[in-house]
Design a binder for this molecule. Structure first.
Ligand code: GDP
Ligand code: MG
Length: 397
């Protein structure tokens, strides 16, 4: 139709032209819970692809040597009496938090196993690779009111890698951490020592040192919405008595929390702490979180198991509670946002996603140091391995 064509021409001049001259608004992603309350998105049951261990010197081993075995005290009517302050600070070897490991240990595992990944050779090229802890922060973002985050993202041979960057505020907090908070961190690890043994079927030995360099990490595969995921998370222990011995369903997450005495204290615990516990354990499919409740003197006198899949029930009817759908929908939206932002395939190019409570997620672009995080040994090894153009053997060869 003639008139339509004319209108389109006119539109081109009057609308499209000025639009091109307007500065393109910087893309951003809102985080308000109300925007993400749709139905729960698809989340594939996580399956374990492998594992690795870090030893007392923080050295990598491609095996389960650091895995510990759940060994709770006998349930003979007595309550536990774990002194979480025992051994502090003389039997404490804390990890050096100045060392920024970024994705390095996970990349080492990936380098050694990428040839054996199921889902075909193309699977990794379409996947997102990151730590479980980074995904946990994404899940809780719509409800977080205290701490912001920064995530660096690079695309390399198709794969999108996400690695957290410590915010300036988090760095200041870490460097000025009050002595009481340092001791509280120790107490969390000490609880693990009271609840775990190095071998199945033996009792824990809390007489040794607490060395937080030691870690057992599970590497998992899952899928959120249309995003294939490969991530790794530190696992506290495995339960030799679990109904299924198949990881990750035999894994147990251990936590400590303040003893509670009033319904108000419990309500606040369900709203804030259980959200973090749920997000961390739901992602890798860890079915149970065992909490030790400590009294003001630092003794754990009671234990309670929280099945991950039952945690939401505590806030389901609370208007100020959290909703798993919101967490997962936001995470899926962020992953789509990141996939659409990080278009160029270049391990030296970094998009830095930044978020502070009360605002949207914003993006900035960087090249090389200090933000580039894919190490040369990884980039070089993977680049050399690319199916190179077939070499025509020349008579000289
Ligand atoms: P979490 O869920 O926050 O405990 O983190 P992950 O399970 O995803 O841990 C990933 C890797 O980061 C493991 O090697 C952990 O030992 C390490 N890690 C965990 N928490 C911290 C932390 O607060 N700082 C640093 N630098 N590394 C950490
Ligand atoms: Mg723990």
């Amino acid at each position: 139709m003639e008139s339509r064509g004319t209108k389109r021409e006119a539109g081109k001049i009057e609308v499209a032209e000025p639009r091109n001259k307007l500065p393109r608004p910087a893309p951003s992603l809102p985080t308000d819970p109300a925007l993400y309350s749709g139905p729960f998105p698809f989340y594939r049951r996580p399956s374990e692809l492998g594992c690795f261990s870090l030893d007392a010197q923080r050295q990598y081993h491609g095996d389960a040597r650091a895995l510990r075995y759940y060994s709770p005290p006998p349930t003979n009517g007595q309550s536990p009496n774990f002194d979480l302050r025992d051994g502090y600070p003389d039997r404490y070897q804390p990890r050096d938090e100045e060392v920024q490991e970024r994705l390095d240990h996970l990349l080492r595992w990936l380098l050694e196993h990428r040839g054996q990944l199921e889902g075909g050779p193309g699977w990794l090229a379409g996947a997102i690779v990151t730590w479980r802890g980074h995904l946990t922060k994404l899940l809780t973002t719509p409800y977080e009111r205290q701490e912001g985050w920064q995530l660096a993202a690079s695309r390399f041979q198709g794969t999108l890698y996400l690695s957290e960057v410590e915010t300036p505020a988090a760095r200041v907090q870490r460097l000025t951490r009050p002595p009481l908070l340092r001791e509280l961190m120790y107490m969390g690890y000490k609880f693990e020592q009271y609840m775990c043994a190095d071998k199945p079927g033996v009792s824990p030995d809390p007489s040794g040192e607490v060395n937080t360099n030691v870690a057992f990490c599970s590497v998992l595969r899952s899928h959120l919405g249309n995003h294939p995921l490969l991530f790794s998370g530190e696992v506290d222990c495995t339960d030799p008595q679990a109904p299924s011995t198949q990881p990750p369903t035999c894994y147990v997450e251990l936590k400590t929390s303040k003893e509670m005495h009033s319904p108000g204290q419990w309500k606040s615990f369900y709203r804030h702490k259980l959200l973090k516990w749920w997000a961390q354990s739901f992602l890798p499919g860890v079915p149970n979180v065992v909490a030790g409740f400590r009294n003001p003197e630092g003794f754990v006198c009671s234990l309670k198991t929280f099945p991950t899949m039952e945690m939401f029930e505590y806030v389901r009817n609370d208007r100020d509670g959290w909703n798993p759908s919101v967490c997962m929908n936001f995470c899926a939206a962020f992953l789509s946002f990141a996939q659409n932002t990080v278009v160029q395939d270049d391990p030296r190019l970094v998009y830095l996603f930044s978020w502070e409570p009360g605002g949207p997620v914003t993006v900035s672009e960087h090249r090389d140091a200090p933000h580039a995080f894919l190490p040369p040994w990884y980039v070089e090894a993977v680049t050399q391995d690319l199916p190179s153009p077939p070499k025509t053997p020349s008579p000289k060869d």
